[in-house]
Design a protein around this ligand. Structure first.
Ligand SMILES: NC(=O)c1ccc[n+]([C@@H]2O[C@H](COP(=O)([O-])OP(=O)(O)OC[C@H]3O[C@@H](n4cnc5c(N)ncnc54)[C@H](OP(=O)(O)O)[C@@H]3O)[C@@H](O)[C@H]2O)c1
Length: 260
């Protein structure tokens, strides 16, 4: 299980939910970790768990991925090039497209698309990619088709998919796109409503979603196997099948599925 011993992995959004669970999975495999998010206290709790699970060195970076001067200051402090870059930090949305302020559309795009792209490029420019770096980016089932009350989120997650597939084609690097369905994390609490306020509620869709550790295990298994995509979730994943093979049915049904 120590397949990643001596490998350095940077995971963004590691203070909570899927990122924290991914960190624990990398820890079980013995990786050295750089865990990045804004909430220092929660990062420390994740780091303690990672150390107990067998991680090598664990470094915490308290940073906002959209604070580009802070990212520029952090990048040169990385001790050595990364073997794994996991671009996972993100926020969601809970508001109809036509009732969503432009500032909210832009914020979701900033956090979920421009920030991971900025970080990846800044690391590359500074020589912090190992020659065989493996990049993983957390898109979403909402990065595969549209879904109500997620217009900007769907846009950002589709953009992330397109960007990192293009990068993979250009470089030949290993890139794994993660497409979680409904996973039991607090993501709906920080999701933005149309006026920019936090949704602040644990949605039933999330509460009844797949266990986050199970999700992370499947994601890391897929990364280790070099898969281009990992689609992970419960019965909602049938929508991927419907979208591809029965689009008429998909468009009839998807608008009626509860968006919370
Ligand atoms: N849960 C699901 O059902 C689901 C489904 C599909 C895709 N996803 C995707 O999975 C990823 C993780 O979400 P989650 O479900 O684990 O939600 P979560 O528990 O709310 O975690 C989000 C993480 O992103 C970090 N983050 C958010 N904005 C940030 C910023 N500006 N700078 C730095 N870190 C930031 C948060 O840390 P701080 O608050 O400490 O900064 C936190 O660690 C997201 O990209 C999300 O879109 C989730």
């Amino acid at each position: 299980m120590e397949a990643m011993k001596g490998n350095l992995a940077l995971i963004t959004g590691a203070s909570s939910g899927i990122g924290a669970a991914l960190a624990r999975e990398f820890a079980r495999r013995g990786a050295d970790l750089v865990l990045l998010a804004r909430n220092r206290q929660r990062l420390e709790e994740v780091a303690t768990a990672c150390q107990q699970l067998g991680a090598g060195n664990v470094r915490l970076v308290e940073a906002d991925t959209t604070d580009y001067p802070a990212i520029d200051a952090f990048v040169p402090t990385l001790a050595r090039p990364l073997d794994y870059l996991v671009l996972n930090a993100g926020i969601s949305q809970r508001s109809p497209a036509l009732e969503t302020a432009e500032a909210v559309d832009r914020r979701v795009m900033e956090v979920d698309f421009f920030a991971p792209v900025y970080l990846a490029k800044a690391l590359h420019k500074a020589g912090k990619w190992a020659g065989d770096i493996h990049i993983a980016a957390t898109s979403s089932i909402s990065g595969l088709f549209g879904f109500p009350q997620r217009s900007a989120y769907c846009a950002a997650k589709h953009a992330l998919k397109g960007y990192f597939e293009a990068l993979q084609l250009e470089t030949g690097l290993k890139v794994t796109l993660l497409f979680p369905g409904r996973i039991n994390t607090p993501i709906s609490l920080s999701a933005l409503e149309g006026d920019g306020k936090a949704h602040g509620k644990m949605d039933p869709g999330q509460a009844g979603g797949m266990d986050v550790d199970q999700c992370a295990r499947k994601c890391v298994d897929g990364i280790v196997r070099g898969k281009r995509q990992v689609r992970v979730g419960g019965k909602e994943m049938i929508a991927c099948f419907a979208y591809k093979w029965f689009p008429g049915l998909f468009f009839k049904m998807a608008g009626k599925v509860s968006a919370v």
